[in-house]
Design a protein around this ligand. Structure first.
Ligand SMILES: C[S@@+](CC[C@H](N)C(=O)[O-])C[C@H]1O[C@@H](n2cnc3c(N)ncnc32)[C@H](O)[C@@H]1O
Ligand code: SF4
Length: 385
């Protein structure tokens, strides 16, 4: 069984930095606005939680990817990022070509830190651009303008070999033509990776409240599907096909961090609210860190970690693996899956979905079709039933 196909041996580290300069009205990530935090105490907390994970493991897997996500990790100083990277290198062997990504907001203050991150060891940057026009950025509650974002992308391309940026489409009042023009501009930058998310209304966000009150109207389902299809078609033509529902890359430029968790491999997750998956002595565990920043800090200061460790029953693991891996265009190798879990989707389940054009099977490899992607959750629910 090849590691690249199953991903089982690729180990990643995820570091969550939960602070943001402002809360965006659409976002339900674990992000909090704080002005008076002590960065040194925070990075020490991250280091201690990493130590706690290493102490749980009976082996020291090689780290293939490190991801600073948020929140807004580009509010960290280069020094704090360096301290975390040094801690990881002290605890695990780190692959020579490890992918080290940091999520950045494109505000000018943060651009000034790009060189420091690179000097600290970051070799890939993922910029939250969201839109390439000022009115939309304002409506999305962003603190940066479109030109600022353009400068950030170009600067990132000069400094880091590998650059991704995020855009949100199917925004309120956005026409398909306007999105197509925006996507065209995005592709002109020539980055190796683009994350293109359809705007979703997350419960508890300001956007969800506005939508309930009829003050924010998203494109109708059929129109949203047209946005999605046009996006797939254009990116494919540009040589950036989707390797996951919302993630597009040139061949070989897929994010290893993303692949690690969609292939249901192991990753350590530290920092407020971070999730992790660890294999220890043949069993699989989920870890979750305390969500609230201050409570996380207290727990880490007192106990060295805020992590709660729960064993994942085999049936649950098999189901979770299916949920993750079918998001990937490469799909699932039924033979490998059966070897790992002792069970696999039944022929009758696959046939039913195939008859509706929702999945395709090539030898032992099962993939969700473009039509199936539009109803991915239902397809997965059927296969996992
Ligand atoms: C952790 S967030 C971003 C990192 C960074 N703080 C930023 O905003 O630039 C990851 C990405 O998720 C996307 N996102 C967040 N909420 C979303 C929503 N409700 N609908 C669609 N995409 C969303 C955005 O594109 C965002 O850049
Ligand atoms: S989208 Fe990014 S900047 Fe905005 S609240 Fe979420 S994590 Fe923070």
């Amino acid at each position: 069984m090849s590691a690249s196909k199953t991903g089982i041996s690729e180990f990643g580290v995820y570091v969550h930095w939960p602070i943001c300069a402002a809360k965006c009205p659409y976002c339900d990530f674990n992000s909090h606005v704080r002005t008076d935090f002590n960065e040194t105490r925070w990075s020490r907390g991250i280091a201690r939680e990493l130590e706690a994970i290493a102490a749980m493991q009976s082996e020291r897997p090689e780290v293939a990817s490190i991801f600073f996500g948020g929140g807004t990790p580009s509010l960290m100083s280069g020094r704090a990022v360096g301290t975390v990277l040094e801690t990881i290198a002290r605890l695990w062997p780190v692959s020579k070509n490890a992918e080290i990504t940091l999520e950045a907001n494109p505000n000018s203050a943060e651009q000034n830190r790009f060189r420091d991150y690179h000097a600290a060891g970051v070799n890939r940057i993922s910029i939250g651009v969201q839109a390439l026009d000022d009115a939309s950025l304002k409506a999305l509650g962003r603190l940066h303008g479109a030109d600022e974002a353009r400068v950030a992308i170009r600067m990132a391309q000069e400094i880091f070999g590998r650059v991704n940026f995020d855009l949100i489409y199917a925004r309120p009042d956005q026409s398909l033509e306007a999105w197509q023009a925006e996507l065209e501009e995005a592709l002109q930058f020539g980055t190796e990776h683009l994350s293109l998310y359809q705007l979703t209304l997350e419960p508890g966000t300001s956007f969800a409240t506005l939508a309930r009150q009829g003050k924010l109207i998203l494109p109708h389902e059929d129109k949203a599907a047209a946005f999605f299809e046009a996006t797939q078609e254009r990116c494919e033509r540009a040589g950036l096909p989707a390797y996951e529902v919302s993630n597009h890359a040139r061949a070989g430029a897929e994010s290893r961090h993303n692949l690690t968790y969609w292939r249901y491999s192991d990753y350590a997750g530290v920092g407020p609210g971070a999730h992790g998956r660890l294999s220890i002595d043949g069993k699989r565990f989920a870890t979750v860190a305390e969500r609230l920043p201050e409570r996380w800090l207290d727990a880490v200061d007192k106990n060295g970690s805020s992590l709660v460790l729960t064993e994942i029953p085999r049936d649950e693991g098999a189901r979770e693996h299916l949920l993750m891996v079918l998001r990937l265009s490469e799909g699932l190798d039924l033979g490998e899956y059966k070897a790992r879990w002792g069970q696999a989707p039944q022929e009758s389940q696959i046939q039913g979905l195939w008859a509706h054009g929702l999945v395709m099977q090539n030898g032992t490899r099962l993939r969700v079709t473009p039509k199936g992607r539009l109803v991915l959750n239902a397809v997965i629910a059927e296969l996992a039933a």
